[in-house]
Design a protein around this ligand. Structure first.
Ligand SMILES: *[C@@H]1O[C@H](CO)[C@@H](O)[C@H](O)[C@H]1NC(C)=O
Length: 241
C-alpha cells in the first residue's frame, strides 16, 4: 500500500507522465475521445431534399470498422427507429418511415457522416441522432437534430392574405369605429341629460336630509359670494368715484 502510494507520488512529480496526458486528453474532449457534431435544428420543405449534417473527430485513424448510425424519433414521442447504417458502404433503412427516402451524403475520410432525406413530409417532424464509432474509439456524445418540415409557400400565402385583409378590412374597420364612436358620443350625451333630469326629479320627489343640508350650505355660500361681490363692486365703484 505504502509502496503504491510512493509510486503514484513519484509519477505525479514527473510532469508529462502518461497518466497526466490521459487526464489532459479526457479534460479536452470532455470524457469522449470521439466527438460528434450535428446541426441542432434543421428546417425543411415538403418534397425538397434536405441534408442532415454530422461531423466527427477521432484520435484514431479511420478504418473500415467505422460505423455510422442514424436514428429517428417522432416529435410526438414513440419508439426509436433506425434510419440509416454505414459500414464501408451505405445501408439505408429497408423499412419504416424513411424507407427508400434516405441517401448517404457523407465521406468518412473527411470525417463527414451526413445523410440526405429525399422527399420529406410534414410527418417527418422529429429528432434525429447521429452516432459514429471508430473502433477502438467508441466513446462518444450523441447530438440531436430536430427536423421541422413545413409546406413551402404557406407562410407567404398567409402573409399575403393577411396583407389583403389589412388593406381591405382595416380602412372599413376604421370607418365603422369612427361611426360607432360618433353614435356612442351622441347617445352618451342624451343618456347624460336623461340621467341629470331623472336625478333632479328624484331629488325633488324624495328630498333627503343630506341633500337638503348641502343645498342649504350651497345657498349660504351663494349669498356670501353675492355679498362679497356686491361689497367689492361697491368698493370698486366708490373707488372710481
Ligand atoms: C410539423 O411541424 C410543422 C411546423 O411546426 C407543422 O406545421 C406541421 O403541422 C407539423 N406536422 C405534424 C404532422 O405535426
Amino acid at each position: 500500500m505504502g509502496g503504491r502510494r510512493q509510486w503514484l507520488g513519484r509519477n505525479e512529480d514527473r510532469a508529462g507522465g502518461p497518466f497526466q496526458i490521459l487526464l489532459l486528453l479526457l479534460a479536452i474532449t470532455g470524457g469522449h475521445s470521439l466527438e460528434i457534431r450535428a446541426d441542432a435544428e434543421v428546417r425543411a420543405f415538403v418534397g425538397e431534399a434536405v441534408t442532415l449534417r454530422c461531423w466527427f473527430k477521432t484520435f484514431f485513424p479511420v478504418t473500415e470498422k467505422l460505423t455510422v448510425d442514424w436514428t429517428y424519433r417522432p416529435l410526438t414521442g414513440g419508439s426509436l427507429e433506425p434510419v440509416f447504417h454505414y459500414q464501408a458502404d451505405a445501408y439505408p433503412a429497408k423499412q419504416g418511415t424513411f424507407r427508400d427516402r434516405v441517401s448517404w451524403a457523407g465521406d468518412v475520410a473527411r470525417q463527414d457522416a451526413s445523410i440526405t432525406i429525399l422527399n420529406p413530409t410534414t410527418d417527418d417532424n422529429g429528432t434525429f441522432t447521429c452516432a459514429v464509432k471508430n473502433p477502438p474509439d467508441v466513446e462518444h456524445n450523441i447530438p440531436n437534430t430536430v427536423l421541422t418540415v413545413t409546406q413551402r409557400g404557406t407562410t407567404f400565402q398567409l402573409t399575403s392574405a393577411g396583407l389583403l385583409s389589412l388593406l381591405v378590412f382595416l380602412p372599413s374597420a376604421v370607418v365603422v369605429t369612427l361611426l360607432l364612436v360618433r353614435m356612442g358620443k351622441k347617445s352618451g350625451l342624451l343618456k347624460g341629460r336623461k340621467k341629470k333630469a331623472s336625478y333632479k326629479k328624484s331629488s325633488i320627489e324624495v328630498p333627503d336630509e343630506k341633500q337638503m343640508k348641502k343645498n342649504h350650505t350651497d345657498l349660504k355660500t351663494k349669498y356670501h359670494l353675492k355679498a362679497i361681490m356686491t361689497s367689492s363692486s361697491h368698493f370698486a365703484l366708490t373707488g372710481l368715484h
